[in-house]
Design a protein. Structure first.
Length: 126
C-alpha cells in the first residue's frame, strides 16, 4: 500500500495567507524556460518571514520579455534602477523585503500570489 509522509514545507505550501503586506525573505533564485516559447524566466523562491504564516513558500517570476515588471521587486531589494545600468538576478537572494499577497488561482485552485513589493522597514516583521 502506498504511503505519504508530509514535510513541514508541504503543510506550509497548502496554507492560504489572508491578503495583506508581509515580511518576506528571498530564499533562492533559478532560471527556467517558459513552456510556451522557450523564453527565459527568472524565478525566485520567497518565504513569509515572521508572524503566523512564517515559512509559507511563495514563487515570483520575471519574464525576459517583460523585465520592467520586476522593477518594484528589485527596488525593494535595495537596487537603484536606471536605464543602461545592469544588476544581477542572483544577488537578490537573502534580501528581506515586504510583499503584498493576494488570493490568486492556478488551474482552478486558490493560491497565494505576490502582486507588489516595497522595502522592509527597520525592525519590522511586517
Amino acid at each position: 500500500m502506498a504511503r505519504v509522509t508530509f514535510t513541514n514545507e508541504d503543510l506550509l505550501r497548502a496554507k492560504l495567507v489572508p491578503p495583506g503586506w508581509y515580511g518576506l525573505l528571498v530564499k533562492k533564485y533559478q532560471e527556467d524556460q517558459a513552456g510556451t516559447d522557450g523564453s527565459a524566466l527568472y524565478v525566485y523562491e520567497i518565504v513569509v518571514d515572521g508572524g503566523n504564516f512564517n515559512g509559507v513558500p511563495l514563487r515570483y517570476q520575471i519574464s525576459e520579455k517583460a523585465q520592467g515588471m520586476g522593477i518594484e521587486f528589485f527596488e525593494a531589494c535595495g537596487n537603484e534602477i536606471k536605464a543602461g545600468v545592469s544588476l544581477e538576478y542572483d544577488k537578490q537572494v537573502g534580501k528581506k523585503i515586504e510583499g503584498f499577497i493576494q488570493r490568486g488561482e492556478y488551474k482552478g485552485r486558490p493560491q497565494n500570489q505576490l502582486v507588489s513589493f516595497r522595502k522592509r522597514k527597520e525592525g519590522s516583521a511586517a
